[in-house]
Design a binder for this molecule. Structure first.
Ligand SMILES: C[S@@+](CC[C@H](N)C(=O)[O-])C[C@H]1O[C@@H](n2cnc3c(N)ncnc32)[C@H](O)[C@@H]1O
Length: 405
């Protein structure tokens, strides 16, 4: 994969998956001369195109099988702090970026309204303190504009990294639009030090690649509220089918699906409460017994599958079902769920999941379940042997008694 940037003649350089291939001879394929600059994507499976409603987006060039790795890219710009982005944070990282990276960054879409007043003030204050523009009003204005644009770009495109503190923008991942029923799963992989994107279902040639920016297992109002922070109203097919009023009978498919999303949310949070993760439970009551927890985990699997939410929430649901089955000693079921978890995890994250540690990754959990099942078999065999011995002893005793008579 490469994001190709025209940058004057004679230079070709590659860093962090960004190729500056400016020999003037390389034809720019797939996508060129957009408002965002002369960008093109060299990728065996993906191309960048304009969508009817959401700006640019990434599309599959050919059929893509579930589990395929579509992207594995290093950040264009990473801000390690986990709080709100300050201009100082951004400026430090911008200084480290190469010209090609900076150009790629400036080519990304931006929504100026996502900038807080405080952020704009930070840029102005900085420009004044460096005194470079003391006698150059136009210079000052243009400096503030470019720096504010960089901040707006970061705010529009940054992804919070789950397995590493901080937020980052990426050359291609930042082109992927949001859907409340995504067809890919994205994850920062600390072992690879890249953001990976995997297909979570088969994707047909020409289909848009869609990720989720939020927790999509929520009722419409919750999703809408979360996406407002990203500055847009969702144009995905599911949200477009939403009916604003729930006063009438709730018969439409979209409404039923919305209610199912709400149910997923409640069940999921109740299971986090059962696991003692109260911060994620957010006030929802836990199941009262392990058997109730197992029922809910099984419900959750069914609901997620019905909704086509096939990312790591599904892997988590399988883990819960496996864990509770193991607690009940239903080993076959525990193993079956653990295998399903491993399959979904591999599909979402790929095989490099050592960073999860302990029984954090599905492979370790599956090993633990298999070892428990093996120990159980050994115990069972020992018990059978003991019983067989006891039966023989009793038979001999009975024989002796019979002979005496
Ligand atoms: C990370 S960028 C995605 C790529 C972007 N479309 C582009 O042209 O480069 C996020 C922006 O895309 C648009 N967008 C993404 N998903 C959307 C959706 N489901 N509905 C409406 N706009 C969306 C919004 O303008 C949002 O600020």
């Amino acid at each position: 994969m490469a994001l190709v940037i025209r940058n004057g003649p004679g230079r070709t350089r590659e860093r962090h998956g960004v190729v500056d291939e400016s020999d003037g001879k390389t034809p720019l394929t797939n996508f060129a001369s957009t408002k965002t600059g002369n960008l093109t994507v060299r990728h065996p499976l993906l191309e960048l195109r304009l969508t009817p409603t959401t700006g640019l987006g990434l599309f599959a060039k050919c059929d893509v099988k579930r589990g395929s790795r579509l992207l594995s890219e290093a950040p264009l710009l990473l801000i390690p702090s986990s709080g709100p982005t300050t201009y100082q944070d951004l400026q430090q990282q911008l200084e480290k970026a190469s010209p090609a990276e900076r150009e790629a960054l400036y080519g990304l879409q931006h929504d100026p309204e996502l900038l807080s007043r405080n952020q704009v003030r930070q840029v102005r204050n900085y420009a004044v303190t460096i005194r470079k523009f003391a006698k150059d009003k136009d210079g000052l204005k243009s400096f503030v504009q470019t720096q504010a644009k960089a901040m707006a770009i970061f705010e529009t495109n940054a992804t919070k990294l789950v397995n590493k503190s901080g937020s980052a923008v990426f050359p291609l991942y930042s082109r992927i639009n949001h859907s409340c029923t995504p067809n890919v799963y994205a994850n920062y992989n600390p072992s690879l030090r890249t953001h990976t994107v995997h297909a979570i279902r088969d994707i047909e040639a020409g289909e848009e690649i869609l990720t989720t920016y939020i927790d999509s297992s929520q009722f419409f109002a919750g999703r809408d509220e979360d996406l407002k922070k990203y500055g847009f109203e969702c144009a995905c097919a599911f949200c477009q089918s939403h009916e604003p009023s729930l006063l009438g009978p709730t018969t439409s498919d979209a409404t039923k699906r919305d209610l199912r999303r709400a149910k997923i949310n409640v069940v999921k949070r109740s299971l986090y409460a059962f696991e003692g993760e109260h911060a994620r439970a957010d006030g929802i009551c836990a199941p009262r017994s392990p058997s109730e927890a197992l029922d809910r985990a099984q419900d959750l699997i069914k609901l997620l599958r019905e909704e086509g939410l096939l990312g790591m929430d599904l892997a988590q649901a399988y883990r819960w079902a496996s864990k509770y089955s193991l607690q009940f000693g239903v080993l076959e079921k525990a193993r079956d769920y653990a295998q399903k978890e491993a399959e979904v995890e591999l599909c979402c994250l790929g095989p490099e999941t050592d960073y999860m540690g302990g029984s954090g990754n599905a492979a370790s959990w599956l090993k633990h379940v298999q070892a428990t099942a093996e120990k159980d078999k050994v115990k069972l065999r020992a018990c059978e042997k003991r019983m067989a011995k006891e039966v023989k002893r009793m038979e001999k005793k009975a024989e002796k008694k019979a002979k005496k008579r």
